[in-house]
Design a binder for this molecule. Structure first.
Ligand SMILES: [Zn+2]
Length: 140
């Protein structure tokens, strides 16, 4: 079963996302902040990381940069889910996020994006080697 690591400080949202993805057949783990999410990513090697933007200790952009800088995690697909971004903000894509979704994201769209990235699998994010779809925004 493919695995998704959710980095989300809002427990209610984390529970909703977790249920949604478990029902879709994923193994789901959850971290309440970016620092813990990074530690869990190193330990568990999730197939996809789904991260919030604003979180304590380490935010979603720092988490993304840390994963992209890690030799064994850097090709991991990352989805950012946030209600605090301005449409067109290039920060997440520049940090290495694959897909940005705005909250509230329809369940179908979230499942679709996670499925697409699971099927795409690990892929490069630097220059000519990039196999990343880097989509922003895909849902408003
Ligand atoms: Zn990517």
């Amino acid at each position: 079963m493919p695995s998704v690591l959710i980095a989300e400080d809002d427990e209610d949202i984390a529970l909703i996302l977790s249920r949604l993805l478990k029902r879709a057949g994923y193994t789901v783990t959850h971290a309440p902040d970016g620092q813990r999410a990074f530690e869990m990513a190193v330990a568990d090697r999730p197939d996809v990381v789904l991260t919030d933007l604003g979180m304590p200790r380490m935010d979603g952009l720092e988490l993304t940069r840390s994963i992209r800088a890690h030799p064994e995690l850097r090709d991991t697909p990352i989805v950012m889910l946030s209600g605090h971004l301005h449409p067109g903000d290039s920060g997440p894509i520049a940090a290495g996020v694959c897909v940005v979704l705005l909250k509230p994201c329809p369940n179908d769209r979230l499942r679709e994006v996670v499925t697409e990235l699971t099927e795409l699998g690990a892929h490069g994010h630097s220059g000519a080697d990039s196999g990343c779809p880097a989509i922003w925004p895909v849902s408003v």
